[in-house]
Design a protein around this ligand. Structure first.
Ligand code: ADP
Ligand code: ADP
Length: 218
């Protein structure tokens, strides 16, 4: 369970995120909908402890991010397709991530298999297509077998097969009891993926309701 309370982020005069209060529950896919510039990425970065709020806070199972012992085992995230794998192979990228987080090497093989990259694991990640890059990013998010998974615009620019694969993965993670939080600027995408919807505009909360309720009211 993730709980946001009065979460606010200002950049100088600009308020990117304004007084957001909502919870993200396990066992379902929660969609985070808003147009570009609405504050989705800023919110997700604060939820991951990568950015400090100006006011308010985020709790993960009652704890602040900084109090979590092994963050990668609690939360996995896909933030940006342009991940930092440098000139490394997919395998070495994941191995470094595993080693610096005390995760066994066997887990690298498992996640490569899960995302369907085993055959290209020794190839340089730099040469990967957007879809393969997303799969590698997702492999990294799954590495610590975390309870919470966050995906920021995961299907942007992907082909239909890649989109279908990511949707099914998110649903199966939720069915397995995980907390899944995914952002998009497209309602059509959310309608196919999310069980619950949180909507923001200009950094403010506009809706927080089940997908059937949202569709009925809009
Ligand atoms: P979204 O992910 O919904 O597209 P963002 O969270 O990226 O929205 O951005 C929300 C607002 O905050 C935008 O107006 C953006 O320009 C602004 N913003 C984001 N990051 C910064 C920053 N580092 N400095 C100044 N303004 C920022
Ligand atoms: P630094 O730049 O000091 O190495 P970061 O700002 O990259 O640290 O990350 C801060 C914390 O967030 C670290 O504990 C790291 O493990 C965690 N973290 C970074 N990226 C992710 C991610 N994609 N998913 C989950 N945790 C992350």
């Amino acid at each position: 369970m993730i709980e946001l309370s009065g979460l606010t982020k200002r950049y100088g005069e600009k308020t990117a995120v304004a007084d957001l209060t909502f919870s993200v529950r396990p066992g379902i896919v929660t969609g985070f909908l808003g147009p570009n510039g609405a504050g989705k990425s800023t919110t997700m970065r604060m939820m991951l402890g990568l950015d400090n709020p100006t006011a308010g806070d985020v709790r993960i199972d009652g704890k602040h991010y900084a109090q979590l012992k092994d963050p990668l085992r609690y939360i996995g995230a896909l933030l940006d397709a342009k991940a930092m794998h440098g000139g490394r192979s997919a395998y070495n990228h994941l191995l470094c991530l595993a080693q610096s987080n005390g995760i066994p090497r066997s887990r690298v093989h498992e996640v490569l298999d899960t995302v369907g990259l085993t055959a290209v694991a020794r190839k340089k990640a730099k040469g990967f297509s957007l879809g393969m890059g997303q799969r590698l990013g997702i492999a990294g998010a799954l590495l610590g077998d975390p309870q919470i998974l966050m995906f920021d615009e995961p299907v942007n620019g992907l082909d239909p097969e890649g989109i279908h694969w990511i949707r099914n993965l998110m649903k199966s993670l939720a069915t397995a009891g995980r907390t899944v939080f995914v952002s998009s600027h497209l309602m059509s995408e959310m309608a196919l993926t999310a069980d619950h919807l949180v909507v923001i505009g200009q950094g403010r909360l506009l809706a927080d309701m089940s997908m059937p309720d949202f569709i009925r009211q809009n």
